[in-house]
Structure formats: structure tokens, C-alpha cells
Design a protein around this ligand. Structure first.
Ligand SMILES: O=C(O)CCC(=O)C1=CC=C[C@@H](O)[C@@H]1C(=O)O
Ligand SMILES: [Mg+2]
Length: 353
């Protein structure tokens, strides 16, 4: 198998402000693999876009991609019980391998992933939430109205960057202003006491779920917050400790799966299988990735059963992209590309002349 690599940098047009800091730029590496198939050759394209705090650093990612583990070449390779140490590099390489395998068998990446997870036929379209970053109440309402006017019926509001009362005022203002499902994400900003107060207030407003109300290591606190009238979603806890730790603690109604932070689309599907078996709803999201990884996350979301909106409407946050968006959002949903592999050969010319 021969490999190609190409570094890239993408600026965000609208930085995403969260309790965990502001994301302004995405730097990563495109990975190409080419292997023989059917007397000819088949290509696959992957994207490694590390997000420090969620994955390894950019330098660590590039370093691993210089000499990736041999095991990553095998289509059925899995991650162990421990989360991988360089998930973005693994994502980039594994996506290229899975893309090549799907192209070789002339089916979509979603079909390959659904088979891997033992799920039925993938869906043709994925409902997505709009992501609304931290801002004052007025700006938050304006962003929420803009999203609903654009066709979104599910909004995710970032909380936790300001204190609880003003945050709750933001949520109430949005709930009064728009007719949409609202979920919130505190990125682990609250201690147990504030989280309990927040959950009770959010339940009274009718919020769909609260994502990562407490820090990632507080898995037992997540469990204790369940059953108070609003669903609890684990995100950072899944990335840091893995799905099994969250399931063992009974810590979540919903689990956020970021393929880039988990080690690839296959790792996300393997996690989804365990979650679905345990009655926990998976929600697939990006880490604000380029078009190649974003499309792959759409395939993963399509392969996973369930009808919760996914966090995949992040392409518009980028000022520039790796190419034409293969997964644009129309009326709050994304049509799953149905050609071979991830996006057929649409991005091959970025890696091969
Ligand atoms: O889920 C979404 O709506 C979009 C993705 C998203 O919110 C995130 C991507 C990357 C880092 C995080 O700040 C954030 C999250 O915590 O879910
Ligand atoms: Mg989150």
C-alpha cells in the first residue's frame, strides 16, 4: 500500500466560542492510500485534523503519520478498551483505508460502516443541529433566529463560558423566541452543585439534553444528574475514558461520538454498537473538520440508527475548505453521498497529480 500526505490549514470564519476556549483555526493533514484491487488499483482519502484538548497535537499527529502502525492498514482493525493516544492521526489513516475498501466494493462508506456495526440499511439523510456559540442573550437569540430561518429545527447552545444565571437567561430567551428543539453543551464547566441547579432549570424550560455538564472525570456526577427531567449527554467523558467506562457508570442517556477524537469512523461505529445495545442514543458530531472528515462523519451518522439530530452542520464555520462541500446542509438536514466510498474521487486531485 502506498501513502501520500498533504498538510492544510483552514481558518474559521466565525470562531466558535465555548466554555473550553475559542476555536479559530483547524490545521491538519490529508492522507491518501493506494492499493491494488481487481487487477488495478484503488485509492482512499482520509483527513487528520487534530484539536488539542480533544486529540493529540498537530506535531504529534504529523509525526505518527510519517510512520503509521501497520495494524491501521487492516480494514477490520479496532481500538482497544483504552482510547487511542493519537486519535486524529488514526482517523486520517483509517478513513483512507475504509474509503479505499468501500470504493473497491463499489458501495458507500455508510453501507460499509452499517455492515461493520451490524446495523440495517443506512439512512439517506441525516438531521443536524445548528451550533450556537457563546454570546450575550441578544446575539444568541439573533443567531438562533437565523438558524431557524435557514431551516434548522434543532439548536445546540454553548453554555458555561459565563455564569449560570446569565446563561439560563440566554436559554430562556431563545426558547421564547424560536420554535425549535434546544440542547445545550456546557463543555464540563460546572461543579456538581451548579450542574444540579442548571439541570433543574433546564428541565423546566424543556431542553432536550445537557451535554457534558460536569468535567470529564466526574462520570459518577453525570450518572447522578440523570432522571431529573432532562437527558444527560456525555462528550468529553467518552473521549477521555471510552464508551465502556461511561456505560459501566450508567452515566448518560445520550453519547456524543466525534470520529476525529475517537480514532476514526470505524471506532465511532464500534462505540455506537455498544451504546445502542445498552439503550444509549449516539449523536455523531465533527470537531469542526474539513470537508473530507465532515463527509465521513455524515456517513457514520447515517449508519447509526436513531433520530436525534447530529452535530454535523459545521462546514459554514470555515472561511475556506478542502474543496466544494460534498455534504451541504439544506433545511436542517444533510443528504448522505451515495457514490462509492466517502465522496468518490472528489478529493483525489489534492493528493495525486
Ligand atoms: O455538536 C455540534 O453541534 C458541533 C460540534 C461541537 O459542538 C464541538 C466540536 C469541537 C469541540 C467542542 O467545542 C464542541 C463540542 O463540545 O461538542
Ligand atoms: Mg460537546
Amino acid at each position: 500500500m502506498s501513502t501520500e500526505r498533504r498538510p492544510f490549514t483552514l481558518d474559521l470564519s466565525r470562531p466558535l466560542s465555548t466554555a473550553d476556549g475559542t476555536i479559530e483555526q483547524r490545521r491538519g493533514v490529508l492522507v491518501g492510500v493506494e492499493r491494488s484491487a481487481d487487477g488495478g488499483s484503488v485509492r482512499g482519502v482520509g483527513e487528520a485534523t487534530p484539536l488539542p484538548g480533544w486529540t493529540e497535537s498537530y506535531d504529534a499527529c504529523r509525526g505518527v503519520l510519517e510512520d503509521p502502525p501497520e495494524a491501521w492498514e487492516h480494514v477490520d482493525d479496532t481500538v482497544g478498551a483504552e482510547p487511542p493516544s493519537t486519535p486524529a492521526a488514526r482517523h486520517g489513516y483509517r478513513l483512507a483505508v475504509l474509503d479505499a475498501a468501500a470504493r473497491a466494493s463499489r458501495r458507500s462508506l455508510a453501507a460499509l460502516l452499517a455492515e461493520r456495526g451490524g446495523f440495517s440499511t443506512p439512512s439517506e439523510s441525516v438531521a443536524v443541529n445548528a451550533t450556537v456559540g457563546d454570546a450575550d442573550a441578544e446575539e444568541t437569540v439573533a443567531a438562533a433566529r437565523e438558524a431557524v430561518d435557514a431551516g434548522f429545527d434543532c439548536l445546540k447552545l454553548k453554555l458555561g463560558a459565563r455564569s449560570l444565571d446569565p446563561d439560563l437567561d440566554r436559554v430562556r430567551a431563545v426558547a421564547d423566541a424560536v420554535d425549535a428543539t434546544i440542547r445545550v453543551d456546557a463543555n464540563g464547566a460546572w461543579d456538581r452543585e451548579s450542574a444540579a441547579a442548571a439541570v433543574d432549570a433546564l428541565a423546566a424550560i424543556g431542553i432536550e439534553y445537557v451535554e457534558q455538564p460536569v468535567p470529564p472525570e466526574e462520570v459518577s456526577a453525570l450518572a447522578a444528574l440523570r432522571g431529573r427531567g432532562v437527558d444527560i449527554a456525555a462528550d468529553e467523558s467518552i473521549r477521555a475514558y471510552g464508551v465502556d467506562a461511561v456505560l459501566d457508570a450508567g452515566a448518560a442517556d445520550v453519547a456524543v461520538l466525534k470520529p476525529m477524537a475517537l480514532g476514526g469512523p470505524g471506532a465511532a461505529i464500534d462505540a455506537a454498537r455498544r451504546l445502542v445495545d445498552a439503550g444509549v442514543d449516539p449523536v455523531v458530531t465533527t470537531t469542526i473538520d474539513g470537508a473530507v472528515a465532515r463527509a465521513a462523519a455524515v456517513h457514520a451518522a447515517a449508519a447509526v440508527p436513531g433520530d436525534r439530530a447530529c452535530g454535523l452542520a459545521t462546514g459554514k464555520m470555515l472561511a475556506s475548505d478542502l474543496g466544494t462541500d460534498p455534504v451541504p446542509v439544506v433545511d436542517g438536514a444533510i443528504t448522505v453521498p451515495d457514490g462509492p466510498g466517502n465522496v468518490g474521487g472528489a478529493f483525489d486531485d489534492l493528493l495525486w497529480d
